[in-house]
Write a protein that binds this ligand. Sequence first.
Ligand code: URA
Length: 210
Amino acid sequence: MSSDRTEQLREIKDALVNLKESPLYEYRRRNNYYPVIGQGDHYADIMFIGEAPGKNEAEQGRPFCGASGRVLDELLESIALKREDVYVTNILKDRPPDNRDPLKNEIDLYAPFLERQIGIIQPKVIATLGRFSMEFILRRFGAFQAGQKISQIHGTVINARTDYGRAAVLPLYHPAAALYNANQRETLEADFQVLKQFVSKDEPGTMKLL
Ligand code: URA
């Protein structure tokens, strides 16, 4: 395997493009969709992890480029960050039909790709977007407690031990939740302020020491 981050991420992309064993591959092919690998700084200190690409994302091959993405951009801007400062990806790399929830076998299939992305980028902060991403990441780092709900722990920093050292996990509601619900929007704005405490004022893309 190559040592350069961009090259390693390209290897992941190549594998995903050819992932014919995925139950979502045929749906991707029939609709001329792209797999959505991830986008942003390969040296980002903050990684955002969503659930799965929607229609816009699958058409363009980029994460969060539709209505939820506009909310995400506004939230980033509220803490003086831009998309280019962070890395954004999803658990599933292909769009599920009708935007349904990801199935367990789909999460199991795509999880190793996400785990490799995390291992390559080595983010200091992992901000999960939505309950699927929250549960996946907390389980992965042995920090999930049975019955734990996003309504209880959103906006709370959870310290996790990863293969590359310590990382902070920040569970956040999914930006789509803010589209039609002003309360959820306010909650997300407040939770982004939690993220802000880590962001260096001098170099906005980098984090203060955790
Ligand atoms: N919702 C997600 O979870 N991910 C995207 O990329 C877009 C919408």
